[in-house]
Ligand binder design. Structure first.
Ligand code: DOR
Ligand code: ZN
Length: 339
């Protein structure tokens, strides 16, 4: 059956675009993948700490892709003052990203506890900055943490945070477990979550056998994947697209200790169309990728549109030395982007 879908270009509320040559190779692929607006993660080297860093990074990104809109974030530190937080808001920074120390790529400067951060949260709540969270508990907390339970064990801390700052907007990024899905469903309207294309597809077996499927948080059990699938199938507006596309060169993946990250940017909306169609919920794709997120972040609808056409294509083996998600597999859609 002929299936063509014309929808607004996507908003990707969580993407890693890197620096230097990697940036130059990756950023032009954002629009080809069907996203017009992307929220850029700050875990660069060095991280994006100030609104000046964010402005510099944004102008560099813009040079490589003038047609893409970049939404900026900053790396959350306990030393951020009220003046800096106010400046971030005034300079268009949308969210501050909290990384627990050591849980993923470039999180060495991350936080070890929430207590020191209370003044920062207070100011964020007052000035309307969103708290974006990588929700995994570090290994060194004496609570028998491993990659499979690190997200679930983080949730009690988030519960307290939400209770202490009820009007602070919080996004739990890249949810990967049924426990996290239930937490989001049961929390107030100020709390939402992003879902990646890969967590809708993978389970633990996929990354245990293939390091190209290794990311943080790791994909979990089939029942966790099912919980994620169910919220997109039902069109739950608390869950929206954040790809966590995280490019690493093949030489950083194809080794004994592979870097965490899955690269989905160049075919982002094609992966999602393929998955949603298979799950029988292609009609839910538009809201997932271009309504729920921008509504949460209070942004207008994208003017650009994309066309998804039901026609098979093979995922390339690599893009400039980066192996994409599902390389060599057949996807059931192709995309045309109105630029
Ligand atoms: O898999 C991941 N890769 N998860 C993250 O949280 C960071 C990202 C990266 O920057 O490579
Ligand atoms: Zn990420």
């Amino acid at each position: 059956m002929e299936k063509t879908l014309i929808i607004p270009a996507a908003d990707d509320f969580h993407v890693h675009l890197r620096q230097g040559d990697l940036l130059k190779n990756v950023v032009p692929l954002v629009i080809s993948g069907g996203a017009a607006r992307v929220m850029v993660m700050p875990n660069t080297t060095p991280p994006v700490y100030t609104s000046l860093d964010a402005a510099d990074y944004k102008s560099e990104l813009q040079k490589s892709a003038p047609q893409t809109e970049f939404l900026m974030t900053m790396y959350l530190k306990s030393t951020l003052t009220e003046t800096e937080i106010k400046a971030a808001k005034n300079n268009g920074v949308l969210a501050l990203k909290l990384y627990p120390k050591g849980v993923t790529t470039n999180s060495e400067e991350g936080v070890s506890g929430f207590e020191d951060l209370y003044p920062v949260f207070e100011n964020m709540q007052e000035y309307g900055l969103v708290l974006s969270i990588h929700g995994e508990l570090p290994y060194d907390t004496g609570q028998n943490i491993c990659v499979m339970n690190a997200e679930e064990k983080f949730l009690p801390y988030l519960t307290k945070l939400h209770k202490d700052f009820p009007s602070l907007k919080i996004v739990l990024e890249h949810v990967s477990s049924k426990a996290a899905v239930d937490f989001i469903k049961n929390s107030g309207p100020e709390v939402a979550a992003t879902i990646t294309p890969h967590h809708l597809e993978l389970t633990v077996d996929d990354w245990a056998r293939n390091f190209h499927n290794y990311c943080k948080p790791v994909a979990k059990y089939p029942e966790d994947r099912e919980a994620l699938r169910q919220v997109v199938i039902e069109g739950n507006s608390k869950f929206f697209l954040g790809s966590d596309s995280a490019p690493h060169l093949k030489s950083k993946k194809d080794i004994a200790k592979p870097a965490a990250g899955i690269f989905t940017t160049p075919l982002l909306m094609v992966y999602l169309a393929d998955t949603f169609d298979r799950l029988g919920c292609l009609d839910k794709l538009k809201d997932f990728s271009s309504t729920f997120g921008r509504t949460f972040y209070d942004l207008p609808e994208n003017k650009k549109t994309i066309k998804l056409i039901k026609e098979e294509q093979v995922v390339p083996d690599e893009y400039n030395g980066i192996v994409p998600f599902r390389a060599g597999e057949i996807l059931s859609f192709r995309i045309e982007v109105d630029v």
